[in-house]
Write a protein that binds this ligand. Structure first.
Ligand SMILES: N[C@@H](CCC(=O)N[C@@H](CS)C(=O)NCC(=O)O)C(=O)O
Length: 239
């Protein structure tokens, strides 16, 4: 059994989609980042970086690791996707070029799309002070990254080539809203997004904690002072 610690956020959804696609037995341990679940001693013991997702695999590799026989704890959504792909032999191509391209687009998501989309949401929606330079900076980066994805998907059915892979799974939850809202600007991205979104396993994975979907993805403009302290203030940075 694999336990996913997460909630309705793009990074946890990637993992839920992969678990569903791979047909692995899993359960959700809900982490409400607005309530500060990621800052409890229990969660920090799993991930000192106070971020979801985390998985605990009761049937991990080897046996006598520091986590106890078989039990394996892992964080960072990209590393989790790679771990699950290696565990099952699924959703990473075997052919060396396609495999390297899958890794390339996974890293593109982890180092580019994730951080830049996150900062865009922060400065355009979450920040109380509206700082035009920062808003423009990240909005421009989001548009640039969408152009790169659109160009790739105009030439290729999926990011790594002909096969659907963990690179697509990593990118879909982050780009869904933009693909829908800006389909005329990014038609290949929209075509790809529709195809991915039609997959039953993707639909099930996207339902992780649906109650909070609008609050988190729609911009946390209605944050209370306590929630701001948890995510962006004293409780996050107080030491
Ligand atoms: N690079 C990390 C990022 C994880 C991340 O930013 N998680 C967010 C939710 S999407 C979180 O837990 N935020 C809570 C916090 O920052 O306190 C990954 O890909 O797993």
């Amino acid at each position: 059994m694999i336990t996913l610690y997460g909630g309705p956020t793009p990074n946890a959804r990637k993992v839920a989609i992969a678990l569903e696609e791979m047909g692995l037995a899993w359960r959700l341990e809900p982490i409400d980042i607005l309530a500060g679940d990621q800052l409890t001693p229990e969660f920090l013991a799993l991930n000192p970086n106070n971020k979801s997702p985390v998985i605990v695999d009761d049937d991990g590799p080897g046996s006598g690791g520091p986590d106890g026989a078989g039990r394996f704890v892992l964080n960072e959504s990209g590393a989790i996707l790679l771990y699950l792909a290696e565990k099952t032999g699924r959703l990473v191509p075997a052919e060396p070029r396609a495999r390297a391209l899958c890794h390339q687009w996974l890293m593109f998501q982890m180092s580019g799309v994730g951080p830049m989309f996150g900062q865009n949401a922060h400065f355009s929606s979450y920040a109380k002070d509206k700082h035009p330079y920062s808003i423009d900076r990240y909005a421009n980066e989001v548009s640039r990254l969408l152009r790169v994805l659109d160009g790739r998907l105009a030439a290729s059915r999926f990011l790594a080539g002909d096969d659907y892979t963990i690179a697509d799974i990593a990118t879909y939850p982050y780009t869904l809203r933009q693909a829908q809202a800006r389909h005329a600007d990014f038609p290949a991205l929209a075509r790809w997004s529709d195809e991915i979104g039609a997959r039953p396993a993707v639909q099930r994975g996207m339902e992780v904690g649906p109650a909070r979907r609008e609050t988190i993805e729609g911009g946390l403009s209605g944050l209370s002072d306590d929630q701001r302290s948890i995510l962006f203030g004293d409780r996050q940075y107080g030491g």
